[in-house]
Each structure stands twice: as structure tokens, then as C-alpha cells.
Design a protein around this ligand. Structure first.
Ligand code: MG
Length: 290
């Protein structure tokens, strides 16, 4: 199932997107009619509910044509910062410096909840904010179950699903302020979506092709098989001393081909359209205004 958050005539809702049928199943209205307080996709994930048994009934009653909805980020306002992994693909670590930049342990930083923006949203980053705005196409994991000290072999039991994020980064601010946070947390700098694909629909998250195009020019062409620290390892490391909770998001890192990796660098300019595609998940597309 492809879970989405959307607006229908300005009303915020969530549901399941049946892509081939061009239909959206409105779970929001289903729970509202049952007076259950599940009014966001995040609340649905937190509730631990599954819709398998009721699916027949829900899908025959609560459907909306896809062209009537406007997609939001699946989790437009996460409960906490988005967890991110730096330099988690060998070739990307090298393009950011040299072989010495390949990390021995996962390099974790975060993006503020206010960074999350919608698929297809036009994002404005004035020049006086950053002159070196860069894209990073990434596979993101959405946690479905609370856990601490999660063993690698159990990690997949804690995953709700997978989505795409663009870890937009102001390289100049990232460098200037030493710590990554400021350069990684500009408002809107974490486009997410278009959907969270349920874990049961992704046979192997470590065998997915990831491409990023800027104005149709292929910039990143990677595979999640090249992750240095794979998904169980990231969940294991993060949960060692910190509780992971339903709705937590882990962006797993970006492959080679970011703007900074080119000589001269190819930073984003006004009107650039970034399309990130991950096999089995979809395409996340945003236009930049500078
Ligand atoms: Mg990144």
C-alpha cells in the first residue's frame, strides 16, 4: 500500500493511493465516521492499526478520484527532527573530499521538523540565504514500532515503510557554521514523498535504484545496495541509547553526484526542477526559486 497525506478542497486528509486506478482511499473519513481520533497519517502509524481486514469495506465506500487531491508530504510535521546519515555511500564520501572521508561509524545529523515540504511544492531559497544550495536524493525509512536496543536481525520488524526525501543542503552554511544543523535545516529543505510505501510491498530495500535529475540531466545514479551502513545497522546504532518511535524518519544518505561533487560545482539556481526517483517508491519532484 502507498500511504499518502493530501488536501481535498483545502481539508487535510490521509489515505491510500491506488496509483493504477487513479483513486485515493480516504482513511481519514473512515476513522472520522467511526469517531476514532486518527486524523493524520502520523497518528495512523502511531496507532499501530492495520487495514487488512476492513480493506474491502473501506475501499468500496471511501474513494476519491486522484485528480481531486493535492499531495502533502506523507508526514508534513514529524514529531521530532528527521534523522539523517552523512557520507553513507563510498563514492559520495570521496566526492565530498577524499578516501579519508569514508566514515568508520554512521555519521548522524538531523533536520528540523519545519524542513519538511510537499512533493511538487515550489521551494523558495533567496540568494542572501545561501549561494550554494545542493540536492541529495535519499531513501528514507519510516519507523512503525517503538524500540530501544534493537538487534540488527530484528530491525525490519520496526519499519512501517519507505519514502523519498531530498536532503537539500546549503553547502556554504554547512561549512561556515562547522556543525551541519544550520545548513541542513532551512525551511522547506526536506521535500518528502510522494508516498510512504508499506514495508510489505518492498521486497529488498537494499536493491533499489535511485536516480536524481536536475532539469532532466541525470546527476545521481545509485543503488541502495551500496549503502556503507545498511538499514538494520542504522536502526541498531540509533536505537542503542535512544528510543525510536513510530513516525520517526531516517534518511539513509545520498549516492555520488551531488552538485558539490562537480568541478566547478553545480549548485541549484532559479527555476531548477529536481526529480528523485526510487524504484518501487515513486518520484519526488520540486522546483526551486532563488
Ligand atoms: Mg544527506
Amino acid at each position: 500500500m502507498r500511504f499518502i497525506s493530501f488536501r481535498l478542497k483545502e481539508e487535510k486528509r490521509f489515505g491510500v493511493w491506488l496509483q493504477e486506478e487513479e483513486i485515493v482511499i480516504d482513511l481519514h473519513s473512515y476513522y472520522l465516521d467511526r469517531e476514532e481520533r486518527i486524523n493524520t497519517l502520523l497518528a495512523f502509524i502511531q496507532s499501530g492499526k492495520q487495514v487488512n481486514e476492513e480493506w474491502q469495506e473501506i475501499s468500496s465506500t471511501y474513494h476519491i478520484p486522484y485528480h481531486d487531491v493535492v499531495l502533502e508530504a506523507p508526514i508534513p510535521r514529524p514529531a521530532k527532527n528527521v534523522f539523517c546519515v552523512g557520507k553513507n555511500y563510498r563514492d559520495h564520501a570521496i566526492e565530498m573530499g577524499s578516501e579519508k572521508d569514508i566514515p568508520e561509524h554512521p555519521m548522524i545529523f538531523t533536520k528540523a521538523p519545519t524542513t519538511v515540504s510537499a512533493p511538487h511544492e515550489v521551494l523558495t531559497f533567496p540568494k542572501d540565504m545561501s549561494e550554494a544550495l545542493d540536492y541529495e536524493g535519499e531513501l528514507a525509512v519510516v519507523i512503525g514500532q517503538e524500540g530501544k536496543r534493537i538487534a540488527k536481525e530484528d530491525a525490519f520488524d520496526y519499519i512501517f515503510g519507505y519514502t523519498i526525501v531530498n536532503d537539500l543542503t546549503a553547502r556554504d552554511l554547512q561549512k561556515k557554521h562547522g556543525q551541519f544543523f544550520v545548513g541542513k535545516s532551512l525551511d522547506g529543505s526536506c521535500p518528502m514523498g510522494p508516498a510512504i510505501v508499506h514495508a510489505s510491498a518492498i521486497e529488498n530495500p537494499h536493491q533499489l535504484t535511485l536516480t536524481t535529475r536536475v532539469n532532466k540531466e541525470l546527476r545521481q545514479n545509485g543503488s541502495t545496495s551500496d549503502l556503507i551502513f545498511d538499514i538494520p545497522e542504522l536502526i541498531h546504532v540509533l536505537s542503542k541509547g535512544m528510543t525510536l518511535e513510530p513516525g520517526d524518519i531516517i534518511a539513509t544518505g545520498t549516492p555520488a553526484g551531488v552538485g558539490k561533487g562537480f568541478k566547478p560545482p553545480k549548485y541549484l539556481t532559479d527555476g531548477d526542477v529536481i526529480s528523485i526517483e526510487i524504484e518501487g517508491i515513486g518520484t519526488l519532484q520540486n522546483e526551486i526559486r532563488k
